[in-house]
Design a protein around this ligand. Structure first.
Ligand SMILES: NC(=O)c1ccc[n+]([C@@H]2O[C@H](COP(=O)([O-])OP(=O)(O)OC[C@H]3O[C@@H](n4cnc5c(N)ncnc54)[C@H](OP(=O)(O)O)[C@@H]3O)[C@@H](O)[C@H]2O)c1
Length: 317
C-alpha cells in the first residue's frame, strides 16, 4: 500500500510534543446520513441494524450508521487518506471505523482522532470515556484525543483529565475543539500541558483570522472542520473561485482544500463519494500563488455554518 504521493509527506505537521500529524483528514460524522435513513434501500437498512446489534458499549439510541462509511474507509489508504476524525457523538462511527481499519490495515499506517462528548464530560471521568472509545475503536490508544466542546461548567476540569489520560499513554496527543481565544486562555491558566490542537469551523466564508493567529503564536495546530463550507452555494457560484479553479485546472474542492494547506490548517473533510475522496486527498501536486491564497481569504464574510460555542445549548450537541 502506497501511503504518500507527491509532496504530501513533506506537508506533515509537527505538534508541540514533537509528534507528526498528516496534513489532511477524513471526517466520519455520519449522523446526517442517518437522518435520511428512512429513504435507504432495505439492504442498507439491514446492514445498519446488523452493525447496531453488534455494538456492546454504545448507547443504542444514538447509533447512526450508513453503508458509505465502511466502503470509504476500506479504500481511503489507496486514496492517500490516513487520518480519520471521529467522535463519541458521531453515532456508531467509532465502531465502524475501528473494525474496518483493523481488518484491513496495520495500526501504524493510520492516524485516529476521537473526542470526549459533552454527555461524557458531565457523566463520566475522561479516562472512563476514552476507554469506551478505545473499546469501540478496538484500539489500545488513539493518536489524538480532543474535548468536543468547551461546555461551560466542565471543560476546565475535563482538561485535567485529558492531561491524565495523556500521561497514561491512552492517547498520543491532546487538544480541544470549538475553543475561542478566551476558552484557550482559561485552559492555559491551570494547565500543565497546553492543547496541541484546536479543531474549529474554518472555510473561505468564515476564515477565523484572529483565532488562527492566536493558535499559531501559541503552538496550537489548527484543524479546520467543515473545510469546504459544505460546498455552500456562495462558494459554488463564486466567479473568483471559478477563475482560480480553471487557472490551476483543479476542482473547486481541491482549490479550497489546498488553500487550507497553505494557510497551515489541517482540513477534515467529509464525503460520501470515493471520486470526491480521491480529489480531496490529492492536492499536493500544485501550489496556489500567494496572491490567489489572499484572494480566497478575501471571500470571508464571517458566515458561521455550524454551532457557535459561545451561544449554543451544549446538552443538545
Ligand atoms: N469538532 C466539531 O465540533 C466538528 C463539527 C463539525 C464537523 N466536524 C468534522 O468535520 C468533518 C467535515 O465537516 P462537514 O461535513 O460539516 O463539512 P465539509 O467536509 O466541508 O462538507 C461535506 C460536504 O461537501 C461535499 N464534498 C466534499 N468533497 C467534495 C468534492 N470533492 N466535490 C464536491 N462536493 C464535495 C460532500 O458531498 P459528497 O458526499 O457528495 O462528496 C458533503 O456534502 C465532519 O465529518 C467531522 O468529522 C467536527
Amino acid at each position: 500500500m502506497q501511503r504518500y504521493k507527491g509532496t504530501r509527506e513533506l506537508n506533515y505537521r509537527v505538534l508541540s510534543n514533537g509528534n507528526k500529524i498528516p496534513p489532511i483528514g477524513y471526517g466520519t460524522d455520519i449522523a446526517k446520513t442517518w437522518r435520511s435513513a428512512n429513504s435507504f434501500p432495505t439492504k442498507t437498512y439491514m446492514f445498519i441494524k446488523q452493525y447496531a446489534k453488534s455494538i456492546k458499549n454504545s448507547d443504542k439510541r444514538s447509533i447512526k450508521i450508513d453503508k458509505t462509511l465502511p466502503r470509504i474507509i476500506r479504500n481511503a489508504p489507496q486514496c492517500n487518506c490516513n487520518l480519520f476524525d471521529t467522535a463519541r457523538a458521531y453515532g456508531g462511527s467509532e465502531y465502524v471505523l475501528g473494525r474496518e481499519l483493523k481488518k484491513n490495515f496495520s495500526r501504524d499506517s493510520y492516524y485516529i482522532v476521537t473526542k470526549l462528548s459533552n454527555f461524557d464530560q458531565r457523566e463520566r471521568t475522561v479516562e472512563e470515556a476514552l476507554r469506551i472509545s478505545l473499546d469501540e475503536l478496538a484500539l489500545d490508544y488513539v493518536d489524538l484525543y480532543l474535548i468536543h466542546w468547551p461546555q461551560t461548567e466542565t471543560y476546565i476540569k475535563s482538561w485535567k483529565g485529558m492531561e491524565e489520560v495523556y500521561a497514561k499513554g491512552l492517547c498520543k496527543a491532546i487538544g480541544v475543539c470549538n475553543c475561542n481565544i478566551h476558552h484557550l486562555e482559561a485552559i492555559k491558566k491551570g494547565a500543565l500541558i497546553n492543547p496541541m490542537v484546536n479543531q474549529f469551523e474554518c472555510h473561505p466564508l468564515f476564515t477565523q483570522e484572529k483565532l488562527r493567529e492566536y493558535c499559531h503564536i501559541n503552538g496550537i495546530q489548527v484543524m479546520a472542520y467543515t473545510p469546504t463550507g459544505r460546498m455552500d452555494f456562495r462558494l459554488k457560484r463564486s466567479k473568483k473561485l471559478e477563475i482560480i479553479s480553471s487557472k490551476y485546472n483543479k476542482s473547486l474542492a481541491q482549490i479550497i482544500l489546498r488553500w487550507h494547506i497553505q494557510i497551515n490548517n489541517i482540513p477534515i473533510v467529509n464525503t460520501t463519494s470515493l471520486e470526491h475522496l480521491i480529489d480531496n486527498m490529492n492536492i499536493f501536486d500544485f501550489e496556489l500563488s500567494a496572491e490567489d491564497v489572499k484572494l480566497i481569504s478575501s471571500l470571508n464574510v464571517n458566515s458561521r455554518l455550524r454551532y457557535d460555542p459561545d451561544n449554543c445549548d451544549f446538552d443538545r450537541l
